[in-house]
Structure formats: C-alpha cells, structure tokens
Design a protein around this ligand. Structure first.
Ligand SMILES: [Ca+2]
Ligand SMILES: [Ca+2]
Ligand SMILES: [Ca+2]
Length: 230
C-alpha cells in the first residue's frame, strides 16, 4: 500500500512539474483583447526596453507574447502614457521574423535583430522581404485587433490570426507548434526612435485532459491517504 502510495505521489509530482513548465502558453480563450491585462498575469515577460525619457513618441517598456490555436497575442507597455498611433513617423510598427532567421526578410533599421517577412503599421498589414520594406503584395487574414487603439494609454493588447498569410511564398507568417519567430515593435520617430524585440517559441500546449487527470489523481491520493489513517 505504501509503495503504491509513493508511486502515486511521484507520478502526481511529475505531472505538476510538467504543467508548471507549460505555463505562459494560454489555452484557447485565456486572452481577451479588451485593454484589461489581468489575463496576462501568468505570461512571462519576453523583453524589456529602458526608459528612454521619450515623451513625444511611444517609449516601449515591456513585451509579452502568447498564443492559442486561433490567435497570436501581443502586449506592450509604455514608460510614459502616449497615443501610440500618433508617434512621429507613422505610429507604431510590428515586424515578424517568421523563420527567426535574420538573413531572410527585411532588416529593420539595419539593427540585425530581425529579418522580417510580415509587418503592420498600426493596424495596416504589409509584406516584407529581403531588402524590401514593403513588397506591395499585402497580407491575407491578417486583421490586427488592438485595445486600446488610437488613445492615450500605458499598454496595448493585440491579436492577429494564427493563420495570417503572406501573398507570396513562403505563405505562413506564424509557424506550427514548436516553431520560433522574431518579434519587434518599433517607432520611426527620428531621434526618438525606440524598439522592443525578442524571440517567441510556440510551445506545445498541455492537453486539458492531462490537467484533469492530474487533478483526479490528486483527489484519489487524498482519498486513499485519509482511508489509511482511519
Ligand atoms: Ca485582456
Ligand atoms: Ca524604451
Ligand atoms: Ca526571416
């Protein structure tokens, strides 16, 4: 009985560790683009940008990225409240390095941090390629939903469909589970240029059934334990 009990404890502990490692990969519906960021509490910060003392453009502070089967989610915060869409140089830009390879795609500001295949100027999608800022080909199913949008704020939540496509190959902007992208948000505000960037891996989500199994196992363990003591 004791051996069986020990085995169950070990098994449950193993499962709990697995669930903890999968943290930061929300399941469907965990993130709602509504300007309330309490749904991001368990998502780790992907990147930080210093307080540049910028007050006449967006001064990025932190970046988080998450995903589910249907959407990729972004959350950036600012050091100083500002309307990002009024940043000099055309607002806030997002570029995605779909293959996490700086030698393919557009090298934003020659920073060497991304080689971007797809981008958005505020909510306007466009296609990028090696040496080409905008190919003119556009993107498909690439709706950029943001909250707040066009308002003074300290944070912005964004969603983009997971199946957004380039119109010239390679088509997929976001990879399947297990793949990694490069991400950069930036402004083109001359002396006030600021950016925040990082790499994000689409971790394979923990199946909900495994979580329930773990909880069932724990409940069974507690029941057996109390039986032992009675
Ligand atoms: Ca939210
Ligand atoms: Ca900054
Ligand atoms: Ca690339």
């Amino acid at each position: 009985m004791r051996t069986k009990f020990s085995k169950m404890v070990t098994g449950c502990l193993g499962l709990m560790v697995t669930i903890a490692l999968a943290g930061g990969t929300p399941v469907a519906g965990a993130i709602v683009v509504d300007g309330n960021i309490s749904d991001w509490d368990d998502v780790p910060t992907l990147a930080t940008s210093i307080d540049n003392g910028i007050t006449a453009s967006a001064d990025f502070a932190t970046l988080k990225v998450a995903h589910d089967d249907n959407f990729v989610y972004f959350l950036y915060t600012l050091h100083t409240d500002f309307n990002p869409q009024t940043s000099p140089g055309g607002g806030v830009f997002l570029s995605i390095d779909s293959d996490n390879n700086t030698s393919t795609g557009f090298n934003v500001f020659s920073l060497g941090v991304v080689g971007s295949e797809a981008a958005w100027q505020n909510d306007f999608p466009f296609e990028q390629a090696t040496g080409v800022f905008n190919t003119g080909a556009g993107l498909t199913n690439a709706t950029y939903a943001a909250s707040p949008f066009g308002a003074v704020t300290s944070l912005v939540e964004i969603s983009i469909p997971r199946n957004a496509q380039r119109n010239t190959g390679p088509a997929d902007i976001f990879p399947a589970d297990g793949g990694t992208i490069g991400v950069i948000f930036y402004t083109d505000a001359g002396a006030d240029l600021d950016y925040i960037n990082g790499s994000y891996t689409f971790a394979v989500p923990e199946p909900a059934s495994a979580l329930m199994l773990g909880m069932g196992g724990l409940a069974m363990m507690v029941r057996r334990r109390s039986t032992n003591h009675s």
